[in-house]
Design a protein around this ligand. Structure first.
Ligand code: GUN
Ligand code: ZN
Length: 449
């Protein structure tokens, strides 16, 4: 049995501040103790309450000035788009045609996909993201490459093959039958392996025929453990295109609803322009929104109305949407979401932002029984943050005692430099040279989900 104990400040969310008082949703132990046993959280609380109960041979590592948090959850990201980050000058549909589709072509090649997957996952971990919901490309091999790289790192990851049978360059299209065969083969091949989950991934209504969306709904219904992951109402031109392609549907969400793609295991990226009625229907179905503020700003898509989503009681999480987004850092996304709030005349509470980046993401991915907070029995995907990682941060945070104030400073002034250590199921990821290879991950798996 491997037991590790860490003494530091502990910060974690236990509930959605949207639904009540932010301060009560926070778990804060200024002098805390986190005990990790065989990859799971075995104890969490005040050092003064727990230390004396530890077995004599358990060494406590003191981490003065450090904060331990749950690993971040990125609820929407594209691994094949690292090479198009920071593309200048276009909005969604042009950006897809001129930057994204050409980059995605290269993922037909397994060696290219393997190298990209390894780089991508190491970037996630380096930035403190321990779980993500990931778009691959239309190529089956792109999913295999990512899943194999995630298995090697012991990461909890959900991903899927892009379905797109129209509206993109011909060499990037699949067919209804081809999409179904590949999707089912991938679900079969990776079910129950490591900590992986599958997401049925129609790119968006613009690039799937009615027949393909219908097939996606049928496959989702046949596999209740898998997720559904797509884009929704990101950009005004996109919405007009969907209106023209599906004139019989009352709105964009209705297209997905008609095919059984809107349920409790669905995650919709963006929803920047979703109507109050769409948000209400989305919430009633138990689906979640991946809010991607950096991408929405860089692609000029618009300002997500977080208040409206809260009013509709829709579940919201944060996504980087790399490569539309300009950073892998969920801390940075928390800061970007704050700035979008300012532009809408609404100040986002730092604890709300922290919830979106951790437990909110876990809930959106239906993984909150396993990850997203520091709770006994959860998997020990945890971070050690250094609030004095840079001279500027050290100067600005030295006198801060309130968690909200501190988290806000980290979200505005911090990024990957703040993430001192990342643990996956209790094993430390070694920045830039991969995992400590001494042992396979302790957390095994209870099935593909
Ligand atoms: N909508 C359809 N495909 C994409 C994509 O790759 N990125 C973003 N941001 N939106 C999309
Ligand atoms: Zn996206």
């Amino acid at each position: 049995m491997t037991v590790k104990a860490f003494r530091a400040t502990l910060l974690s969310m236990r509930a959605d501040p949207c639904k009540g008082l932010a301060a009560e949703a926070l778990v804060h132990h200024p002098d805390g103790l986190l005990v990790v046993e065989n990859g799971y959280v075995a104890a969490v609380g005040a050092y003064a309450d727990l230390a004396s109960g530890l077995a004599k041979d358990v060494e406590i590592e003191a981490l003065p000035g450090r904060i331990i948090t749950p690993g971040f959850v990125d609820a929407h990201i594209h691994y094949p788009q690292v090479g198009v980050m920071a593309a200048w000058g276009s909005q969604l549909l042009d950006w897809l045609n001129h930057h994204t589709f050409p980059a995605e072509r290269a993922f037909a090649d397994r060696a290219h996909a393997d190298a990209a997957a390894a780089f991508f996952l190491d970037q996630l971990l380096h930035h403190g993201t321990t779980t993500a919901l990931v778009f691959c490309t239309v190529h089956k091999t792109s999913v295999e490459a990512l899943f194999e790289a995630a298995l090697a790192r012991g990461m909890r990851l959900v991903a899927g093959k892009v379905l797109m049978d129209r509206g993109a360059p011909v060499d990037l299209l699949d067919t209804v039958e081809g999409g179904r065969t590949d999707t089912e083969a991938l679900i079969r091949a990776y079910r129950g392996r490591g900590r992986l989950g599958y997401a049925i991934t129609p790119r968006f209504a613009v690039t799937s025929s009615d027949a393909q969306l219908q097939m996606a709904g049928v496959v989702a219904a046949a596999h209740p453990e898998v997720m559904v992951h797509t884009h929704l109402s990101e950009n005004l031109q996109e919405i007009e295109t969907v209106r023209a392609l599906f004139p019989g549907d009352r709105d964009y969400l209705a297209v997905y609803q008609r095919h059984g793609l809107v349920g409790p295991r669905s995650v919709f990226a963006h929803c920047v322009h979703s109507s109050a009625d769409e948000l209400k229907r989305l919430a009633a179905a138990g689906a979640a929104i991946a809010y991607c503020p950096s991408s929405n700003l860089l692609l000029g898509s618009g300002l997500f109305d977080f208040d409206a989503a809260c009013r509709a009681a829709a579940a919201v999480a944060l996504g980087t949407d790399v490569g539309g987004g300009g950073s892998f850092s969920l801390l940075h996304m928390m800061g970007e979401a704050y700035k979008v709030g300012q532009l809408r005349g609404r100040v986002l509470d730092p604890l709300q932002a922290f919830y979106l980046a951790t437990l909110g993401g876990a809930k959106a991915l239906k993984l909150d029984d396993r990850i997203g907070s520091l709770e006994v029995g959860k998997e020990a995907d945890v971070l050690v943050l250094d609030p004095a990682a840079t001279p500027l941060l050290a100067r600005r945070t030295s006198a801060m005692t309130s968690p909200a104030e501190l988290l806000f400073a980290l979200s505005i002034l911090g990024d990957d430099r703040v993430v001192e250590r990342t643990y996956i199921a209790g094993r430390q990821f070694r920045h830039y040279d991969g995992l400590d290879k001494t042992k396979p991950p302790a957390v095994s798996d209870r099935g593909l989900r």
